[in-house]
Write a protein that binds this ligand. Structure first.
Ligand code: 5GP
Ligand code: ZN
Length: 146
């Protein structure tokens, strides 16, 4: 193996498990390669999904079990377990996910009413432990949510 790769395996090769290149910091690369995580596998293309949007920070895809005409999952590329595990360094990406929801809300013409939802912990219904923001819209909503 060339010396450059030994010194900087992530920079040269991308993710060690997927071999996909990343244009991210080494810390983010490590945290984005959680090989047992369903959503990390979706980001890596190892599990198929219906992609809606992606950029260098987030990946957005259709929920497999939609609860409304529009039901997208907005996920950071970086593996963050959930909101209660997040720390101050995650503040920007969590806010960024909300702004991507607003952008998609405009693009998908659901601005007359949509919800962004973070389920936090098993009692809330969180079933995937890679932070994800639900964007749900395109129908009337009830309050309080169930
Ligand atoms: P949670 O319940 O953790 O807040 O949300 C997880 C969401 O992921 C659920 O709405 C569920 O339908 C969705 N989901 C689970 N597995 C898959 C999958 O393999 N593909 C897609 N597109 N969505 C999934
Ligand atoms: Zn993950």
């Amino acid at each position: 193996m060339p010396l450059a790769m030994e010194k900087d395996p992530f920079g040269a090769l991308g993710c060690w498990s997927t071999r996909r290149p990343y244009n991210l910091t080494p810390r983010t690369q490590l945290r984005s390669c959680m090989s047992d995580c369903l959503f990390c596998k979706i980001i890596a293309g190892q599990i198929p999904s219906k992609k809606v949007y992606e950029d260098e920070k987030v990946f957005v895809f259709q929920d497999i079990n939609p609860q409304a005409p529009v039901h997208f999952l907005i996920i950071p590329r970086e593996h963050i377990v959930g909101l209660k595990e997040a720390t101050e360094k995650d503040a920007e990406i969590i806010g960024y996910c909300q702004l991507i929801a607003a952008k998609l809300g405009r693009e998908y013409k659901i601005e007359d009413g949509y919800r962004t939802v973070l389920n936090v912990g098993p009692k809330s219904g969180q079933s995937v432990f890679h932070l994800h923001l639900h964007l749900i819209g395109g129908r009337d909503m009830t309050w309080p949510p169930g």
